[in-house]
Design a protein around this ligand. Sequence first.
Ligand code: S3P
Length: 423
Amino acid sequence: MALRGELIPPGDKSVSHRLVLMALLAEGEMSVTGLGDCEDVKTSLAIFRSLGGSALGGPPNLTIKGLGGRLNIDPDREVELDCANSGTTMRLLAGLLAGLPGRFLLDGDIQLRRRPMERLADPLRQMGARIETTNGLAPIAIQGGGLHGIDYQNQEGSAQLKGAVILATLSASSPSRVTEPIPTRDHTERLVSYFGGRVTTTGATIEASPGSLTLPADFHTPGDPSSAAFFLVGAALIPESRVTARQILLSSTRIGFLKVLDRMGASIAITLGKDRPETSGDVTVEYNGRLTATEVTKEEVPSLIDEIPMLALAAALAEGETVFRQVRELRLKETDRLTAIKHQLGALGVKVRVEGDDLFVTGLTKLTLPETLDSGHDHRLAMTLHLALKAARASVPILGDESMAISYPAFQADLARLDEGQA
Ligand code: S3P
């Protein structure tokens, strides 16, 4: 039951959201290939269209016409925008809309309504935005316009908050400086600059200036490393496996999981391809015997935040005890992902404990099987549990695994194809 073959994962979700949402501000027309086709990106696309944007075709290939900030709305009537399950949509959009004339109400599903929004409203308010959360949560009401730049410390290590401040600054009257103690994914900076905006990074400080954006004529979205991670890490865990993920995003802010996997003793080969605006290339992981435990430092966490469920599974099958330091942000994802990892790996017989904000996983040689597993409607946990069952050569129901479409609609098809090298 090895995983063997080639994989072309969906277009990167973080880059796809930014392409679509930044087209609200940018001028010009862009032919996009490889846009992510997951539910979250479709949410951003539906909002882009509802605000008057034109996007012909459907993911992965579309022609998008920029709106140049001229939203097709009545500025005196509140426009309701449904961000569904997508935290990235809600946070980037809140920043972007805070700088434009209009009244907006951003809402989402029950999971999104539980995620913290005051940490987003706070810097935007400092920029002069009129923004109200609902007891710190969504729905968020925004009366846009009249912003100025700020100095902002991204203490939470959130790329979404950094992105919101940068996008708000594009329509503000003065520049902003964002300082990050630990670097987070830099797609907003790279794309703003690629679209002709002014963003410079010096050491830990990013300076963004107000200004207009122009869409490039063509854009190819590299594959999502966070989706590829399920199969790449899976290949390191399942004997006789060998998986190559083609043309995936390989920027240093996203490939922490490959560095950790390398430290654990996996066999990894990388062939770099395109570099601008994002680094991409091919990655092959081949089974190389049992992995060994490692320590994931707090500095590494933002570069692998979405891969922690899958790395925790790798730790569960490795020799020794692995520790993930300072992973408190996991509590604020689609679910309390820290507790969910603990319970679901625990249900598979793995010794897992959380001490403060650190996660400890002790490896074992064989997973035991409960009658059911429960993803808690968390897409990344659901896919991790599917790989756990593949490693255990077993099948039990995984509750809530339809949530996988949030980030990776073709996951089951790709799993079936790679299984035993039917690719
Ligand atoms: C994302 C940033 C991360 C990540 C999420 C996507 C982005 O969230 O977990 O899946 O595209 O900016 P935070 O910024 O909340 O850490």
